[in-house]
Design a protein around this ligand. Structure first.
Ligand SMILES: Cc1ncc(COP(=O)(O)O)c(C=O)c1O
Length: 530
């Protein structure tokens, strides 16, 4: 590089507006940023600059550029040919560079990610688009890393969507479940707190981390059977399970299908029990016009990729009671008493004026612990993805419903209900299904293993109803957990043997449903079973 050119390059700074006039050509204006060795420019219209700065472009002044930037007019410039004529504010340049990066990420997405072709029909999956990629990149550019502005925004927007007051974002649905039950053990709840040895009613036909936190908190799970078809708690047995020691009910809306909210709430109210709704598989389902996850004292959500919307890993815990919310935040954030968000101090205004526990007066509130807590916070990357996904959630929910209805109709039309118990739901339930759940009838001439092997070979993904019967899992069989079961859990055992589900997630289309149903029909017909 010659010396003059070096000097010129040095004189052009990030955020400058420069003029370039080639011999015989029109004058062009660019907003520039410094790349490592070159100058990058985005061409801008003269009128944009004049309008924005309100002065002649010849004057040096600081301003913004009206009307946005056209990143298709991006080029590399020769410093020696440029004349500085203006300057934008640095925060404008910062936003412009962010927008440029997001623009390029969309170019990348549209050339590569969009063309991912699926040859299989998975039982579950995530739907991501260019907005998700942009949000992830936006969060990366902040380099904030922990929970920050995106998490704060998500915690405001998500409860509004459902119609709840408070949301604490966490790193998984399992963490949300752990926090939900642990929060109920807080001394801050006085007489209503759960104590070691108290009973919590649940089902064994479900996901392990609905059950695990009960035991992890020294409480006793009481298992009740489910109904085949809805796969939800049998409400007659639920009431029979209540004892002197019962303090809470912890139930999932199985595969999105709302449990009998009326009856469960009636029992909870009658015996003064806490109700936790594990809404991890049911985001968007409604019961009598109200979203599931808004009935219980606490509800939980998962954002794992198989779920209705995703953060990769992520979860949320929702409540209306401000006292419970404070306890949950404390437990999530190391057990601390202080509620400042990461990176902020003294939001209580008396950081060095507290007297709590047996600590000396003035002990820094940041380091006062009112609970034995965890650190279950999510990062801003997760929250940023959650925000872009949340915009698409209503559409995801509709697609799941459509896919479910198409499968249901197809199974009926093909007479497959002769071999399978089709899903059932309660009057008043509007289901945002997690999967299309089937149970092989007792008199069917085939076994689940044989059918699932055939479907697997045909590229159709299947899943079981999670743990089947949790009590039969090695985690239970090889330990001596204290628990109680009401009756023989016959239906729970039946689903462990004969139930499975296939996908209804938004990535499934008409062709996939048709192909799936054709394969089920072939499996039956080839063997001459009808
Ligand atoms: C009913 C239910 N609860 C809790 C969870 C746990 O969620 P996560 O995978 O986010 O920990 C799941 C996971 O799929 C689930 O299905």
């Amino acid at each position: 590089m010659n010396k003059d050119l070096g000097n010129q390059l040095f004189k052009i700074n990030a955020g400058d507006i420069v003029s370039l006039q080639k011999e015989g050509g029109n004058e062009k204006l660019f907003l520039v940023a410094r790349a490592e060795k070159t100058i990058l420019g985005v061409e801008i219209e003269k009128s944009q600059v004049e309008n924005s700065l309100g002065i002649s472009v010849q004057d040096l002044a600081e301003g913004n550029i009206e009307g946005g930037l056209n990143f298709d007019k991006l080029c590399s410039l020769e410093a020696s040919e440029l004349r500085k004529v203006g300057k934008v504010k640095l925060n404008f340049l910062e936003k412009a560079l962010r927008d440029l990066i997001k623009h390029l990420s969309m170019v990348y997405y549209n050339n590569f990610r969009k063309q991912d072709k699926k040859t299989k029909i998975p039982a579950s999956g995530k739907i991501l688009d260019q907005d998700d990629l942009c949000n992830l990149i936006d969060a990366s550019l902040d380099m904030w890393l922990t929970a920050g502005r995106f998490a704060e925004e998500f915690e405001k927007k998500f409860p509004k969507f459902l119609g709840r007051k408070y949301c604490a974002l966490v790193n998984s649905g399992s963490s949300a479940n752990l926090l939900a039950i642990t929060a109920l053990t807080s001394y801050k709840l006085g007489d209503r707190r759960l104590r070691s040895g108290d009973e919590v009613i649940t089902v064994a036909a479900g996901f392990p981390t609905t059950i695990a936190p009960i035991i992890q908190n020294g409480l006793i799970p009481v298992f009740v059977d489910i109904d085949i078809g809805t796969y939800n708690v049998n409400v007659e047995q639920l009431e029979k399970a209540v004892s002197e020691k019962t303090k809470a009910i912890f139930l999932a809306h199985t595969l999105g299908n709302p449990f009998d909210v009326d009856k469960v709430m009636e029992i909870a109210n009658k015996y003064n029990l806490w109700l936790i709704e594990d809404n991890c598989d049911a985001l968007g389902s409604k019961y009598r016009g109200k979203f599931t996850g808004t009935f219980g004292d606490i509800s939980t959500v998962s954002f794992y990729p198989a779920h209705h919307m995703t953060m990769g890993e992520g979860g949320a815990i929702l409540v209306d009671n401000p006292e419970l919310y404070k306890i949950i935040q404390s437990l999530r954030d190391w057990g601390r008493d202080c509620w400042c968000p990461p990176g902020k101090d003294n939001t209580c205004g008396k950081r060095f004026d507290w007297k709590l526990g047996d600590l000396p007066y003035g002990y820094d509130h940041k380091y006062i612990y009112s609970h034995l807590g965890f650190n279950l916070k999510a990062t801003d990357f997760q929250a940023a993805l959650g925000l872009s996904q949340l915009k698409k959630l209503p559409d995801f929910i509709e697609k799941r419903k459509e896919n479910f209805n198409r499968s249901y109709k197809g199974f009926e039309e093909e007479g497959l209900d002769k071999f399978f118990i089709l899903p059932q739901w309660l009057e008043g339930a509007e289901v945002s299904w997690f999967g299309f759940v089937l149970t092989i009838k007792d008199d069917a001439p085939f076994k689940r293993k044989e059918l699932l092997g055939f479907l697997e070979e045909s590229g159709i993904g299947t899943r079981l109803l999670f743990a089947g019967n949790m009590l039969r899992q090695p985690a239970f069989v090889n330990s001596d957990f204290n628990y109680r079961a009401v009756g023989g859990l016959e239906n729970t055992n039946k689903i462990m043997m004969d139930t499975f589900w296939i996908g209804v997630w938004p990535g499934i289309n008409k062709e996939a449903t048709k192909y799936t149903i054709d394969k089920f029909r072939k499996f039956i017909d080839v063997k001459g079973w009808r």
